[in-house]
Design a protein around this ligand. Structure first.
Ligand code: SF4
Length: 297
């Protein structure tokens, strides 16, 4: 999810940061998923690089830092999923990342058929049979001949990439810089990022990055923090009633998120430090930009 989407759905999703590794793809490498395989040519590698340079972080653009909705994995369902199988927020700003499914914004359009092959396999594992190869009466293709041909899928993919790029610009770079020494330059800390998965940490570094833009941004962040602390407490209460052993580490992590929020709230109660940027017009422009961004959801 994007930060504005988390702000919009603050009473439903617990926000956090998800940090993953996205190894650089090189010419001659094989990409395998399900029954499909592609041998990457120079054009494929360049297309991966182009996406990485605008969406990822690090010298080799190999780290993803995204805002993320978090919940107890043991519940095995999205907090917005209704009992009848519908999405409770479908008409109230459903996250763009949900619209992108089953495509992957970090993979070039020309290779989305490989993504679909992988999704087909995982969907089968979950008991779903919703992705088919070939043409069928009454079903429009999603990808064909190296293009995403379904207009709504293509639009969602574009919007998600635009959102990821905005996230990177507005708070991602600042978070990467803030975590550089303790995470990205520490082999021991990097070992905590699981291969093929991601490390979850508090959303606070992103909030601190945007809160400094203006008093209004700070107020928006404080409101968000208050809602999140209340939501975390409700979620933990529910987990304590369920009494499942596997929930314990998640409860512990949620408590650490709540603690980080309380500390951030205390930090934000202090006067904003004077901007190091002397250009007042730039500061004002940046404030308007971030305020508009946070209210976008
Ligand atoms: S579309 Fe599904 S995953 Fe996305 S918010 Fe709605 S219920 Fe959750």
């Amino acid at each position: 999810m994007s930060l504005p989407e988390l702000f919009r759905h603050r009473d439903r999703f617990i926000g956090c940061l998800a940090i993953g590794r996205v190894p650089r793809k090189r010419e001659g490498e094989r990409l395998r998923a399900g029954a499909r395989e592609a041998l990457l040519d120079a054009g494929d590698a360049a297309a991966f690089d182009a996406l990485a340079q605008t969406l990822l972080h690090g010298a080799d653009s190999t780290f993803s830092i995204v805002a993320h909705g978090y919940d107890y994995p043991s519940l095995a369902r999205c907090p917005a999923l209704e009992a009848d199988g519908r999405c409770a927020i479908h008409l109230q700003g459903k996250p763009v990342t949900c619209e992108v499914v089953p495509l992957d914004p970090l993979v070039p359009d020309r290779l989305q058929h490989i993504v679909l092959a992988g999704r087909k396999e995982s969907a089968g594992y979950l008991g779903a049979d919703c992705i088919h190869e070939g043409e069928f009466d009454g079903a429009a293709p999603m990808v064909a001949q190296g293009r995403v041909v379904d207009a709504s899928a293509h639009d969602a993919l574009t919007r998600r990439r635009v959102a990821l790029e905005a996230e990177r610009e507005i708070w991602g770079r600042a978070v990467f810089a803030a975590l550089r020494r303790d995470l990205f330059e520490s082999p021991a800390a990097l070992a905590r990022i699981p291969s093929g998965g991601f490390l979850t940490i508090s959303l606070v570094p992103a909030l601190l990055a945007v809160a400094g833009a203006s008093m209004r941004c700070r107020d928006l962040c404080v409101d968000y923090i208050d809602s999140q602390i209340a939501l975390i407490e409700r979620c933990i209460e529910g987990a304590l009633l369920r009494r499942r052993l596997e929930d314990r580490p998640v409860t512990q992590e949620l408590r650490s998120f709540a603690q980080a929020y309380r500390q951030a709230r205390a930090t934000l109660a202090q006067p904003l430090p004077a901007s190091r940027v002397q250009d007042e017009a730039w500061v004002a422009k940046q404030a308007v930009r971030v305020e508009a961004y946070l209210s976008r959801g």
